[in-house]
Design a protein around this ligand. Sequence first.
Ligand SMILES: Nc1nc2c(ncn2[C@@H]2O[C@H](COP(=O)(O)OP(=O)(O)OP(=O)(O)O)[C@@H](O)[C@H]2O)c(=O)[nH]1
Ligand SMILES: [Zn+2]
Length: 362
Amino acid sequence: MTFAPDITEQLARARADLRMGVPVVLKGHPSALVMAAETLTAARFADLLALGGAPVLAVTARRAQTLKAHVYDKDLARLLIPEDATPAWVQSIADPADDLRVPLKGPFTCQRDGKADLHRAAIQLAKDARLLPAVLVLELADGSAFAAQHCLTEIDLPTAMTALLHASELHPVVSARLPMEFSEAGRLHIFRPEDGGEEHYAIEIGRPDRAKPVLARLHSACFTGDVLGSLKCDCGPQLRSALAQMGEAGQGVLLYLNQEGRGIGLANKMRAYSLQDQGFDTVEANHRLGFEDDERDFRIGSDILKSMGFSSVRLLTNNPRKVAMMETSGIRVEERVPLKVGENAHNRGYLATKAAKSGHLL
Ligand SMILES: Nc1nc2c(ncn2[C@@H]2O[C@H](COP(=O)(O)OP(=O)(O)OP(=O)(O)O)[C@@H](O)[C@H]2O)c(=O)[nH]1
Ligand SMILES: [Zn+2]
């Protein structure tokens, strides 16, 4: 019998720690102390430097490209921290907000020797915590002793890598009748992932025949578009049009996936919006922040559909990636139903960029 948290639970703790600015220890060969750049405090930075050694700031290759830093590790760069570095320096490397005002941040010296596995896992943890993907990493001679001494969460690296790659299992929590504007025959289902991440929702309209392809939509959360009626994207009109079509057909299922900002979280999406106001498009903004264009995992959608008993869909989308990911994860897409609504003067450029750079169908 053990009450000790397993690797999934430890990772959930580690994400919460990083969000709070608490360091975590990654146990490998060697082990390392990890802190998220975004939540770094002056006191903890001073403590880190006082430990001696050579801490590095790991950023993604996307961010390194903007910084003109050498990428020796394929998908990331390990920047040496200059002796006179301050928390503001760390912040300016992690956050592109003032890149245009202070364009020349380097030159940087990047670490070339040694492995980057710890740094890769640490960046993934920061992304999963919806923080900027930049982390301070300091090798430790004895990670376990350090973690015990400072009461820090300690994660075993090889086990963590496997867990980080697996999509977390989702469990139905509850469902209840929900009469809506678009259909009185609505039902809202809540699904909770095992990894302590965000819950996702399914809105079932009518009682669709499980043996037939169901009219379905995978809708990623967009607080600004869905709730505030933002004109910068087409999410709100898409959400309402999908529900209206399902209401008219008397059946359908809309998955509302809490993957705000194509999986980077609302704070980072607002950082991207701020970069867009500086002239970058939606894809460039994500890259400057250090993210890929799209950080979503659509396996969540197919897992929910399967658990509700569906095996094929008529998918309301303009995004071929959604179709491909449904099919590779075991849901047959019988038909792609285009969903083009809500174009306006503010989102025309955004929609054109998605078509030109992300393969969205016009
Ligand atoms: N990072 C980022 N996310 C954005 C931006 N504008 C909108 N989003 C997010 O993009 C996602 C859009 O989701 P969806 O409408 O489901 O997906 P889609 O890829 O556009 O595909 P379809 O609408 O199905 O054609 C939501 O999570 C929004 O929050 C942006 O400029 N930057
Ligand atoms: Zn939107």
